[in-house]
Structures are given as C-alpha cells and as structure tokens.
Design a protein around this ligand. Structure first.
Ligand code: NAG
Ligand code: NAG
Ligand code: NAG
Ligand code: NAG
Length: 481
C-alpha cells in the first residue's frame, strides 16, 4: 500500500512487533504543498499577536482540506476562537509560528476529526501553542480548553511542535489509527487534570516525548491496541499509566520501553476498581526512575475511582523487565505493588531484572495480591483454571545489585507551579539517558541549542527543495506488516 514511501528501506529505523502495520501520513508534506499551499496570512491571519487567527485557519482548511498544506509562517498569532477541522484527506498543517491563546471558551482549541493522511508539524521544530493555562489555574479553575484533540484521524503524524500550559488536557488521540507522534515537549502546570498525552487508538507509535505536569504523562485508555510508546521523559509529572479502566475494558498489545520518570506520582500505574473486560499482552521494558512516589503500581482497588459492580478488569500476560533507579520512600510505598482483583486474579504476569532501591530509610516492600506468574512476590498458579485470591507483602533490607541508574541533565528540583507563566521550551534531542531521539529534529541539529526563537525563520513552506527532499528519509517510519 505504501510502496512509494518505502523506497529507502535500509534507512528506516527498526520498529519491533508491537505495531500492526505502517504508521504516518501516506504522502509527504512537500507533496501536499505542491498540490496546494494555503498560507493563513492569505486568509486574514496576521502575525501581530492580536488578530484572531481562528477564522483564517478555518478558511485555509476549507481550501486545502481535500489536499494541500496549511502554512503558518514564523511569527506570533493570537487564537481567540477555537477551530474544528473536519473531513480532510491528504492535508498537512505546518506550524512554524507560535499561537497564543486569547479566547476563554472550554472545549478544544484545535480539534481535528474524520481526517486521513494528515500531518501537523513545525519545519523549524519551534512551532508552539501557548495555552496560558495559569490564568485559569491561578483562579483554581480547570474549566478552560484542551489544546489539541484528534478524533478518527488515520495515517497521520504529529511532530516537532511544543504544547505549553494547557488550561485543561494537552493532547488526546481518540479512536485514531496508524499514527506517529514524536519530537514533542508538553509542559503544563503542576496540577492534576492537565494530562500530557492520552491515547485510545490503534496502531500508533509515540516516541521521543517529554511531559511536565502533574497528571498523565503518556497514558493509554480503553479501547486501545498495538501501541508502541518509547523514549519518554516524564519530568515532574503524574507518570505514565493505563486507565482509569472501567466496564468493557479492551486493551492489548502495548509496549512501553525507555521510559524515564523523575519526581512523578509513579513510573507506571494500571488503575481500576471493579470494572470488566481485559488488558493483555503488555510489556513495560527498560524504565528508569528517581524521586517518584510509586514505581510499579498496579492497583485494581484504586480509591480515586468509584468501585464498579463487576468482578474486575482481567489483566493477563504483562511483562515488567529491566527497571532501575530509586524511589522516594520504599517502606511507605514499595517499588513493586501488584494488586489484582480477588474476583479476577491477574495471570501470566512476569517481573524480571527489577532493581530499585529506596532514597530514604533502609527498607522497601514488595506487595502482591491475587497476581499469578513469576518474579518477586508473584505466585505460581500451578496452571489452575481458577486461582485463589491471596495477598502478600515482603520487605527487603538490602539494596539489589545494579540499581543505580543515570539521570537526565534536565531534572530540576522545582515544579512549574500553577500560577505563573510557563515559558515555551525548545525540543531536546534525547528523552532517555544515553539514547538519541529516533528521528532528527525537523529544524536540524541546532534546533534545540538555545531557548530563544529562531533568528532565521523559514519563510517558505516545506516545498523548498532542501527540506522537501528530506521528508521521505527523515520523517517516514513505515513498516511492512
Ligand atoms: C503575545 O501576546 C501575549 C498576550 O496574549 C503575551 O503574553 C506574549 O508575550 C506575546 N508574545 C510576544 C512574542 O510578544
Ligand atoms: C504475551 O505478550 C507478548 C508481548 O505482547 C506476546 O509476544 C506474546 O505472544 C503474548 N503471549 C501470549 C500467550 O499471548
Ligand atoms: C531485559 O530483561 C530481559 C528479561 O529479564 C532480559 O532477557 C534482557 O537481557 C534485559 N535487557 C537488558 C538490556 O538488560
Ligand atoms: C523539567 O521540568 C522542570 C519543571 O519541573 C523544568 O524546570 C525543567 O527545565 C525541565 N527539564 C527539561 C529538560 O525540560
């Protein structure tokens, strides 16, 4: 199907089994630009940081939605009225400027729906949306808008853009398929309700993303399948998770790897309380944590959710391996907590190469409840068809060998608070210790070298040969089934 884009297979990065087919747009942004370019400045958009650019985006979309590229030249734009961009085919949005929220409605600042072969990106890696969420949060309100929501979008990519300080959630992927999300920084206030990326979709590759907030980092919701999530930096966040899981949960084939978590609520949580359905075939591989409250936290009686009346969500075939680092207080909140429903025990659970130690005190606990498999406190079910419930907590008083783990240079001691302006950061080129981002920044190696805006704004869209020819090589991650 995607042959024309697979002409350089040796240059495609290796993507392992979790995805079910290729991901990303079907045609390059430069090809779209050649079909038609709709510059928002030709539709009434003005980079004066005052004129509402919403109507210009909506008009540019009407003209380019059937095939083309919507282009924001570098500059500062005000967004007062939200946009719903629907029914596109073969359309890209090249955001090389910064969009500042000025409107105050709820909803979604950018809603893209029922669209295929789509790309949202910045060619300079400096495109950003500043949500000024602190204006709401300082008043104790979480009623402002989300920044970006994709609904029923297929064959797409979102990359090289920065989302800052959403009044509510930052980025949701709802019922999308065959997508790639990469080279992004999401930086929000230090509060719950400000999720980074929430994804309930099929066949999506999310990689090289940093999230600062105090809620979901990159979190899977139901239904979802075939997600590959890697090189994730949860920098003072809630942490990555799955859930909240309720009735008819349907999640399978999820691989997280290279997840670095600093000062977050947890390194990985699966959260439910009652509920039904299943989660299966999940791998959580190569996690590093420092300063987190919880580490592995599977909680099927999560007290922040109202208890459902069903037996519980069935978890099966979940592998946790290669975790290192330290947790805040291991005797208060041990690094392994696998609490499964007594009425629906977890099966085929595996924990190996797990070496974490406490930052305070000299003991840590491992807690398992109705969880069957192998490793640490997991019990062997002896191939029983109906394993019985149990609960056990053990205490370790010596540090496991191999627990020390590297840190990211960007870890800081201070949160971003909730009542002050959050500056727009630049996108780094690494999101996990010792691992370079899979794709180079669109803006080139120097794109993240300083915190100030580019002094050489790109004045033409990606159809310029230098950038355009790079697309098939740098921005395509198609993979044969
Ligand atoms: C754009 O306007 C906002 C206020 O809406 C202001 O905070 C911001 O600093 C302005 N951006 C620039 C680059 O002047
Ligand atoms: C368990 O999950 C892994 C990873 O998704 C998968 O490769 C394996 O086939 C699954 N095993 C079973 C018995 O389904
Ligand atoms: C990760 O853990 C698996 C299973 O315990 C092990 O086979 C593998 O060698 C580990 N990988 C690394 C890089 O340590
Ligand atoms: C990590 O988050 C803190 C805010 O908590 C921020 O000051 C720091 O710059 C972030 N680090 C990186 C590398 O972005």
């Amino acid at each position: 199907m995607y042959y024309s884009l697979l002409s350089l297979p040796l240059l495609l990065p290796l993507v392992t089994g979790q995805l079910s087919s290729g991901v990303g747009p079907l045609t390059s942004a430069s090809a779209k630009a050649q079909t038609k370019t709709c510059n928002v400045q030709s539709y009434g958009g003005v980079a004066d940081n005052a004129t509402d650019v919403g109507p210009a985006i909506q008009s540019a979309w009407e003209d380019c939605a059937a095939g083309g590229l919507i282009y924001f030249p570098a500059g500062d734009y005000a967004l007062d009225s939200w946009v719903t961009l629907t029914g596109g085919t073969g359309v890209a949005i090249q955001l090389d400027g910064t969009i500042y929220r000025t409107g105050s409605d709820g909803g979604n600042m950018f809603m893209i729906e029922h669209t295929s072969d789509f790309e949202l990106f910045s060619s300079t890696s400096r495109g950003a949306v500043q949500g000024f969420g602190y204006e709401f949060h300082a008043q104790g309100s979480l009623d402002g808008p989300r920044i970006l929501r994709l609904y029923e979008v297929s064959d797409f990519a979102v990359h090289d853009v920065v989302l800052v300080d959403a009044p509510a959630f930052h980025f949701s992927l709802d019922t999308c398929s065959n997508g790639e999300v990469y080279n992004m920084v999401i930086r929000g206030g230090d509060s719950g309700g400000l999720d980074g990326i929430d994804v309930w979709s099929e066949n999506v590759w999310i990689h090289d993303v940093e999230v600062t907030n105090k809620d979901e980092c990159v979190t899977v919701k139901s239904p979802a399948k075939n997600l590959l999530i890697e090189n994730i930096y949860c920098n003072w966040s809630g942490g990555c998770a799955m859930g909240s899981l309720g009735s008819d949960t349907d999640i399978s084939n999820i691989l997280y790897r290279n997840v670095y978590t600093w000062r977050s609520n947890q390194m990985y949580m699966i959260k439910s309380n009652g509920g039904s359905g299943s989660v299966s075939n999940v791998v959580l591989d190569t996690f590093i944590g420092h300063g987190n409250a919880y580490s592995l936290d599977i909680d099927s009686y999560w007290s922040s959710m109202d208890a459902g009346s069903s037996a519980g969500v069935q978890l099966t075939n979940i592998t946790v391996q290669n975790w290192t680092g330290t947790e805040e207080d291991g005797s208060q909140r041990g690094p392994i907590k696998v609490v499964c429903p007594d009425t629906a025990p977890c099966t085929d659970m595996h924990i190996s190469n797990f070496a974490m130690w406490t930052e305070s005190g000299d003991a840590q606990t491992y807690t398992c409840q109705s969880a069957y498999g192998d490793g640490y406190c997991l019990q062997d079910d002896g191939d029983s068809d109906s394993p019985e419930s149990y609960s056990t907590t053990s205490t370790a008083t010596t540090a496991p060998s191999g627990y020390p783990a590297p840190r990211m240079a960007g870890d800081t001691q201070d949160s971003l608070g909730t009542d002050a302006l959050i500056p727009i950061p630049t996108i780094p080129s690494s999101f996990f210790p010792g691992v370079a981002a899979i794709s180079p920044l669109a803006g080139g190696a120097g794109a993240s070298s300083s915190g100030i805006a580019s002094s050489t704004p790109v004045s033409t869209p990606v159809s310029t040969p230098a950038v355009g020819t790079a697309y098939p090589v740098l921005h395509r991650h198609r993979r044969e089934h």
